[in-house]
Design a protein around this ligand. Structure first.
Ligand code: GAP
Length: 454
């Protein structure tokens, strides 16, 4: 679906959340801020606030754990953002990493040509005002930068346009230093930069963003098997962290939309108010990258099988997704506005985030702030819990408002210290989703929570 058309009604039972609600929540509660806001901001660039950075770290950590720490045949690297400029000639980005854009001659709006609805392309009409469109013009997305001080001695290079290139550059070093044998994979999480012609929809299309990549190196005869394997594994991974499982699907790329490096590609797509949109790409990169880097660098990057002694350029299955898109999709997936009900007379906004990913796992709340014993006991429990998980202490406003504040940021559990606590050391533990409460002895709380948030 073209990004210029907004769809507000879900096909399932819950309506799609408008992006504006997430933008507002993110700013209000410290998840995401516009970058350089005091200077008017920069389009397509954002900063992450105190809660945002916790959520991001939890998302990254879960990906790293699933991909690197729980697979014996996968290792991780962290490459640099700036590389030798020849890297981007070899990768094909200098020549091929282009978007075509058109402008409306009437309303002056700008569109990515490949995002226009088919009918508008056929009729050469603006999808907003119906005005005539200009001829498509090509723009390279690579961001340029310079290394060196003096004019004439400075070398032009690029901020990386995709994080994955470091993995091909380090492939031979990893192979020699970590005793890996094909089939094996290398993972990386890192920033990428693109001069997107139409950044927008909050974190969805930015100019500076973060990607996670697996590059899995295989014998050509095993390519199909590993491609199918990673396609399914990645799909299941995304499914495991969302509530609306019916909003996830695969979409195969048509021949005219394949990236220059891919022979075959599937997108894992998620459906939001923006329609079905790419979340992660599974790419059949074949021998494109290692062959090109061998040719351009003069270094032989072929592999010799230790047993058969066969020599070949490994083929590559790539799974490449976005940390920021995951962040946004998880918020869109989790956000719910509940009308007043029997349990909750005012109604509430709740983020039904997977507890493992939630930025705050538990809030410890004394029933009243002016009763010293309640405050001291609550602080003691909070100090004990914060060594084990993200815990927040809050004594501002009445208990109902405090629950609501925690619901809005997705805190799965609230522990309340009340007058009964002072008598028998028990506390109430409130569950975010059901709002039900149980009473536990304080000593049982850490184990009870750890079991549910890890
Ligand atoms: N190495 C392959 C590659 O870069 P891609 O489909 O261009 O493939 C992979 O990007 C993922 O990176 C996308 O699925 C998306 O999640 C994320 N991504 C790409 N461009 C983005 C942008 N401008 N803003 C935010 N995320 C982006």
């Amino acid at each position: 679906m073209a990004q210029t058309q907004e769809q507000t009604v879900s096909t399932g039972d819950t309506p799609f959340v408008p992006i504006e609600k997430i933008v507002s929540l993110c700013k209000r509660r410290g998840f995401v801020y516009p970058n350089s806001e005091i200077y008017g901001g920069v389009s397509g660039i954002y900063d992450f606030g105190p809660l945002g950075v916790e959520l991001r770290n939890n998302i990254r950590r879960f990906w790293w754990w699933s991909m690197v720490q729980t697979n014996d045949n996968i290792v991780g690297i962290e490459g640099s953002i700036i590389t030798h400029p020849r890297v981007w000639e070899a990768s094909g980005h200098v020549e091929n990493f282009v978007d075509r854009l058109v402008d409306c001659k009437n309303c002056k709006r700008r569109f990515r040509y490949d995002h226009l609805p088919e009918e508008n392309v056929r009729q050469n009409k603006c999808p907003v005002c119906g005005g005539e469109l200009t001829e498509p013009r090509k723009f390279n997305l690579m961001m340029e930068t310079y290394i060196g001080m003096l004019e004439g001695e400075r070398m032009k290079t690029y901020l990386r346009g995709e994080a994955s290139q470091n993995i091909y550059l380090d492939y031979d070093n990893v192979l020699k230093s970590s005793r890996m044998a094909i089939p094996f994979g290398i993972c990386q999480i890192g920033k990428a930069f693109r001069n997107e012609v139409t950044p927008g929809n909050f974190l969805f299309r930015q100019r500076e963003f973060e990607q996670w990549d697996l590059q899995f190196f295989v014998h050509p005869s095993q390519m199909q098997q590993w491609f199918d394997y990673w396609k399914e594994r990645r799909f299941e991974w995304y499914k495991s962290i969302i509530n609306h499982k019916d909003r996830l699907r695969f979409r195969a790329h048509g021949p005219d939309e394949l990236a220059h490096y891919a022979k075959q590609a599937f997108d894992i797509e998620y459906q939001t108010v923006l329609g079905w949109q790419e979340w992660e790409g599974i790419h059949w990169r074949q021998d494109w990258d290692l062959s090109r880097h061998s040719d351009y660098s003069g270094q032989d990057l072929s592999y010799t099988d230790p047993e058969t002694k066969e020599r070949y350029i490994p083929w590559i299955v790539e799974t490449s997704g976005g940390v920021d898109r995951t962040f946004l999709n998880l918020l869109l997936d989790a956000y719910e506005e509940e009308p007043p009900s029997g349990k909750d007379k005012e109604g509430r906004t709740v983020l039904r985030l997977n507890p493992m990913l939630a930025p705050v796992k538990v809030a410890v709340l004394p029933l009243q702030k002016n009763k010293e014993e309640l405050v001291t006991t609550a602080k003691e429990l909070h100090h004990k819990l914060r060594r084990l998980m993200d815990s927040q202490y809050d004594d501002v406003a009445n208990i109902g408002r405090r629950y609501r504040r925690q619901d809005e940021i997705g805190t799965p559990f609230c522990v309340t210290i009340d007058f009964t606590t002072l008598e028998d050391q028990t506390v109430t533990v409130r569950d975010r989703d059901s709002m039900s409460q149980i009473r536990l002895h304080m000593n049982e709380v850490p184990a009870y929570l750890l079991e549910r948030v890890r």
